[in-house]
Design a protein around this ligand. Structure first.
Ligand SMILES: C=C(O[C@@H]1C=C(C(=O)O)C=C[C@H]1O)C(=O)O
Length: 388
């Protein structure tokens, strides 16, 4: 035991001190802890300045592994729950990276400040992009249905024009704005489908073109580690600038073609959202009130419920077009229907052997991923239980 810890521990034989006294001591210790966190963040800011000066990336995975291993060992030595302490340090590392990104650690001091128009800049994703580019030191022109600034004049005055409008309107806005983008400038979009908007962008401007799709919504707490898909259309210099700007703010990039993106989204978005909607619709129609089930939640049911209810807390105008405009949606929903019927028949027939065969078929599809899934979903369950 360290001398400090000895100071706060009660003598072994004494009766426990009054609750109010011990709580006041805990408050004081927590304040010390926060002072120490503030001191850690001040050091992190110094690291950020050094990295910016020397062109070093914010994230150092090896150093993070060393930090986590060391804190894990020390937790064991101190008799603290090592897994929980590791979780605390993971959160610390993430907020440390976020702090460095906000301090522009990955933005070269020589970075040119550009003029960037966000068409749809008052929408949720538009605001997020405005903050992201603003944090990186660029000048912003915001255009939306309630601004006097018009998209065409903003685009003509900009180095970068970002189309961030609802999917249903994306192509028409691209066609209206594209011709005003200068040949040396960039036209980019952030739509959840990529083939049609990319074609529209390439056809409507002679300038550079980059298609992007942020794989996260506006409600995320931090951009650190969130993913953006980037599709190069025309002009590598601007495409490099886009990927660099995103990684500088902590985002992770997947570069691909518009066709590959749309194929992946038929599973990642269309299937996922569709099954969530089927789950929601079934729950709503089964006639078992939600409240009646809540005192019986298992971890799997609670996780599923949060995912489903989260979906229905959002905008149908966003999800409808994602599912209706993907070229492969009908294949996905047909395969879903087939799977539902097959499984329902097996269950109705009480055929355990057939049930096991289907189970094994899916297990083989997931392969080693099942092990990772167990670890990660257990982590999520722990976190949810911790907050309930
Ligand atoms: C502070 C640094 O940057 C990041 C944050 C770390 C931390 O907070 O300890 C460790 C490694 C980096 O991913 C660093 O490189 O030391």
């Amino acid at each position: 035991m360290t001398p400090d810890a000895a100071d706060s521990a009660a003598p072994p034989s004494a009766a426990p001190r009054p609750l109010a006294v011990v709580r006041a001591m805990i408050d004081a210790l927590d304040r010390d802890l926060m002072q120490i966190l503030a001191r850690r963040m001040a050091l992190v800011a110094e690291v950020a300045a050094y990295k910016r000066q020397h062109g070093i990336k914010i994230r150092d995975a090896q150093r993070e592994q060393e930090v986590l291993r060391d804190r894990h060992e020390r937790a064991l030595e101190l008799g603290l729950p090592a897994g929980e302490i590791e979780s605390i340090f993971r959160v610390l590392l993430r907020s440390s990276r976020d702090h460095q990104a906000a301090l522009r650690a990955e933005v070269p001091a020589s970075e040119t400040p550009y003029t960037i128009s966000i068409i749809g800049g008052h929408g949720k994703i538009g605001r997020l992009l405005a903050r992201l580019f603003g944090d990186l030191g660029h000048r912003l022109l915001i255009v939306d249905t309630d601004t006097t600034l018009e998209a065409a004049e903003a685009a003509a005055a900009s180095d970068v024009t970002v189309i961030s409008v609802p999917i249903d309107r994306t192509e028409e806005v691209i066609r209206a704005v594209g011709p005003h983008v200068r040949p040396d400038a960039l036209l980019m979009d952030v739509t959840s489908i990529k083939s049609a908007p990319m074609e529209a962008m390439l056809a409507s401007t002679t300038g550079s073109v980059v298609g992007t799709h942020p794989m996260f919504g506006p409600n995320v707490h931090t951009l650190q580690g969130q993913r953006v898909v980037v599709c190069r259309g025309r002009g590598d210099r601007w495409a490099d600038w886009v990927t660099h700007s995103f990684t500088a703010r902590g985002l992770v990039i997947t570069e691909t073609t518009a066709q590959q993106h749309d194929r992946a989204m038929s599973v990642v978005q269309v299937l996922t959202h569709f099954q969530t909607q089927v789950q929601g619709l079934t729950l709503a129609r089964l006639g078992v009130p939600l409240a009646e089930t809540l005192p019986f939640t298992s971890p799997a049911y609670l996780l599923e419920l949060y995912v489903t209810a989260r979906h229905f807390a959002q905008d149908p105008g966003l999800y409808g077009p994602i599912e209706m405009r993907n070229p492969r949606s009908s294949d996905v929903t047909a395969a879903f229907g087939t799977a539902v019927q097959e499984l329902a028949q097996v269950i109705a027939g009480g055929d355990q052997a057939a049930f096991t065969r289907l189970f094994e078929e899916v297990r083989a599809f997931f392969g080693d991923f099942t092990a990772e899934a167990l670890v990660q979903s257990s982590f999520l369950i722990d976190r949810i239980v911790e907050r309930s």
